[in-house]
Design a protein around this ligand. Structure first.
Ligand SMILES: N[C@@H](CCC(=O)N[C@@H](CS)C(=O)NCC(=O)O)C(=O)O
Length: 231
């Protein structure tokens, strides 16, 4: 039986995106159900997932009737199925890649607090705040340095879990008014990721969905700018 991924709404679930991308990039053939966790269907759907997965969250991958829950566990499973192809062969580089994965998994910074994944798909965007720009500098300085060391096109040369883990954050920032002039390597890296078939497929489906607006995206005084929906 094929692995079964209980995934998330494509313009809302950054965690599901990471797991889904890793499975795709590992060449794993899986079936998928998008679990809508918005109200009112939220409660019935999460209860259904909770029957076989203790956190009652998505993503969950069911393999041989066992639930692998949490995006990072699914990504590590995908890497193992692909004989380790999604992490660097060098031990220290592999630990560095896992550091980036862990940084994202434990919150990354204040970047994502109000710039939700959903906001990447809004036709109207607000400007990034000074605090968000400072956090972007910290992140992209680090990514540019990794790209310089590896020679690209990805953070550790070949595509790895680190690239896939950071993708949803980078998507949301790149679709706001972030000027990449200071980070030419990160700009090329972002383009390379967006052009991958797996990422392009997810984004195409996400862009076609109705936007999910959050009240706290805007606060009084926020400047709004018009952007094309798929910028
Ligand atoms: N640490 C989890 C986080 C997963 C997560 O937060 N999933 C959200 C959807 S993106 C969810 O299922 N939330 C359920 C809830 O809000 O109760 C992972 O990495 O898989």
């Amino acid at each position: 039986m094929k692995p079964f991924l209980y995934s998330g709404t494509k313009n809302a679930s950054s965690w599901a995106m990471r797991a889904w991308l890793a499975l795709r990039e590992a060449g794993i053939d899986f079936d998928e159900e998008v679990v809508d966790i918005r109200r009112p269907q939220r409660f019935a759907n999460l209860e259904r997932i909770g029957v076989f997965s203790p956190p009652a969250m998505v993503p969950v991958l069911v393999v041989d009737q066992m639930a692998i829950f949490d995006s990072v566990a699914i990504m590590e499973y995908a890497n193992e199925v692909a004989d380790g192809a999604l992490l660097p062969a060098d031990r220290v580089a592999r630990a560095r890649a896992r550091s980036l994965v862990a940084w994202q998994h434990s919150g990354l910074s204040g970047i994502c607090a109000r710039i939700s994944f959903e906001s990447a798909f809004y036709p109207l965007k607000r400007s990034l705040t000074d605090a968000e720009r400072a956090e972007c500098r910290r992140l992209f300085d680090c990514l540019d340095q990794a790209l310089e060391q590896s020679g690209g096109p990805y953070l550790f040369g070949a595509l790895s879990l680190a690239d896939l883990m950071l993708m949803p954050t980078v998507v949301r920032l790149a679709r706001h008014d972030l000027d990449f002039a200071r980070w030419p390597l990160s700009r090329n890296w972002t383009t390379a990721l967006l052009e991958r078939a797996s990422v392009a497929e997810w984004m195409r489906e996400a862009d076609a969905l109705p936007h999910i607006w959050f009240d706290d995206y805007l606060v009084p005084g926020d400047a709004i700018r018009m952007v094309p929906a798929a910028a």
